[in-house]
Design a protein around this ligand. Structure first.
Ligand SMILES: *Cc1c(COP(=O)(O)O)cnc(C)c1O
Length: 452
């Protein structure tokens, strides 16, 4: 097997086929199609082991902010790794983590003053839920155990986050092991290529009012993704919905947990949505863009009131017994700190706003072809382009994603919806390239399926 003539790609393909198991992937499909091995990245581009380059319109699963191989982020990382890669934050601290906590608090709403680190978005949400549950026990309201969540929500793949999530196809097999939650229907903003057709949140708010009237005294928290439900296929919420929900939670004495794992750090425009909207959540969950796509790091922010409820003598067992081995890793923290500084600079001098405008204009232009894309949604630096309906087994979305690779583009399809989520620093020329190539790939696949 191991011949000298084997190329790097061939050897990777052989080993991948023999041993790998990829997440959220039907492996029989993965093994049947040509596989790409990404060797390096530069700006918004990915390079495979054969030297071909592809525009990363998936921002390496919605994480990349400043492009790949960014010299400033690299330098910060190298400086840190030359000091120490990891110690622990269980009982010890490090200066980088302390500095990042201050930075996160400075960009968050005024009420949030404490930062609890972990290493992925699911954990950030688990931690918020557990903190809320324990807070009510510690403050003499142990009956407050209930959770309210939205339909089509996605908060991660662990049992707690699957319980509050509603990603039927992804998680229904595990329903017997999940805890029950109250659901309110997600209001959907019917918006195509930036044009709002209808916005109605009355059914959601009516159901929320009913639940709160009946059960506020036994409800711990409400959790939601503000503005956009990412994994549901980029479902856009009507503007003002977050504020309506937040006001109701506040009045009813129910914690508000905002999951900004996807939408935070400029992805839909502002650094943080809660701050932009003047909403003060009790818990704020951050991950994905936090480290600009470099390293696994997550944070759960909360208030001084929550923090203080956990203080006491050791033998009272009020401490929060939760922690992951790599919690608050300094390599992740140093990159996060540098990334936020760079993003603040982009926002301050108008570069971010220019990119947002160019992206929105391109979605309007290329998304206008309703033969290709009957439904188009866009907000900030994300767009969902729905293909015309095809039977699921035709795998039309996957075919477009595979065809796009031949045209120098990495694009992710969720069923027959193409998700465009590029790095935030993408240039106008790259945006144009992205949509041109995506259109070309879509035309080829739809023509093939029409003639088949
Ligand atoms: C990705 C995501 C998560 C889960 O984060 P992981 O790091 O993949 O565990 C949670 N919530 C939202 C909104 C997400 O997009």
């Amino acid at each position: 097997m191991n011949t000298l003539a084997e190329s790097q790609t061939e050897s990777a393909a052989r080993l991948d086929a023999a041993h790998a198991w990829h997440p959220f992937t039907q492996m029989s499909e993965h093994l049947a199609h040509p596989r790409l091995f990404i060797e390096r990245g530069e700006g918004c581009w990915l390079y495979d082991t054969d030297g071909n380059r592809y525009l990363d319109s998936n921002a390496s699963i919605w994480t990349n902010v400043h492009g790949h191989n960014d010299p400033e982020l690299n330098a910060a990382l190298i400086e840190q790794v030359n000091k120490i890669a990891h110690s622990t934050t269980l009982g010890l601290a490090h200066p980088t983590g302390a500095a990042l906590s201050e930075k996160l608090v400075s960009i968050a709403p005024d009420n949030l003053s404490r930062v609890f680190y972990s290493d992925n978005g699911s954990n950030a949400v688990e931690i918020a839920l557990k903190l809320s549950f324990q807070y009510w026990q510690l403050t003499g309201k142990p009956e407050k155990t209930g959770v309210i969540a939205l339909t089509s929500a996605y908060h991660g793949d662990t049992f707690g986050t699957m319980s509050v999530g509603d990603s039927g196809g992804f998680h229904s097999r595990f329903a017997p092991w999940c805890f029950p939650v109250e659901r309110i229907p997600t209001p959907v903003s019917d918006e195509a290529a930036g044009v709002i057709h209808s916005e109605d949140m009355s059914a959601s708010l009516k159901r929320l009012d009913e639940i709160l009237d009946e059960k506020a005294s036994t409800t711990a928290c409400l959790i939601m993704e503000p503005w956009v439900q990412g994994s549901a296929g980029l479902r856009l919420q009507p503007r003002g919905f977050l504020r309506e929900v937040a006001d109701r939670c506040r009045r009813a004495g129910v914690h508000l947990i905002l999951d900004e794992v996807f939408v935070g750090f400029g992805r839909v425009g502002p650094m943080l949505i809660c701050r932009e909207e003047g909403v003060e959540p009790d818990f704020l969950c951050l991950a994905k863009g936090l480290t600009a796509g470099y390293l696994p790091l997550a944070a759960t922010l909360t208030t001084e009131a929550v923090f203080e409820a956990f203080l006491g003598r050791f033998e009272e067992y009020k401490a929060f017994y939760h922690g992951h081995t790599f919690t608050g890793n300094p390599l992740g923290a140093v990159v996060a700190l540098k990334s936020i500084e760079k993003l603040e600079a982009r926002m301050a001098d108008g570069r971010h706003a220019e990119t947002l405008a160019a992206f929105e204009a391109a979605v309007k232009q290329y998304g206008a072809d309703s033969e290709l894309y009957p439904v188009v949604r866009q907000r900030g630096m994300l767009a969902a382009l729905e293909l015309p309906e095809h039977p699921i087994e035709q795998r039309t979305g996957l075919k477009v994603a595979l065809e796009a690779r031949k045209h120098g583009l990495i694009c992710r399809a969720l069923g027959d919806t193409l998700l465009v989520v590029p790095p935030l620093v993408i240039s106008p020329e790259e945006i144009d390239f992205l949509f041109k190539q995506l259109t070309r790939a879509t035309q080829i696949v739809l023509n093939d399926s029409a003639s088949a």
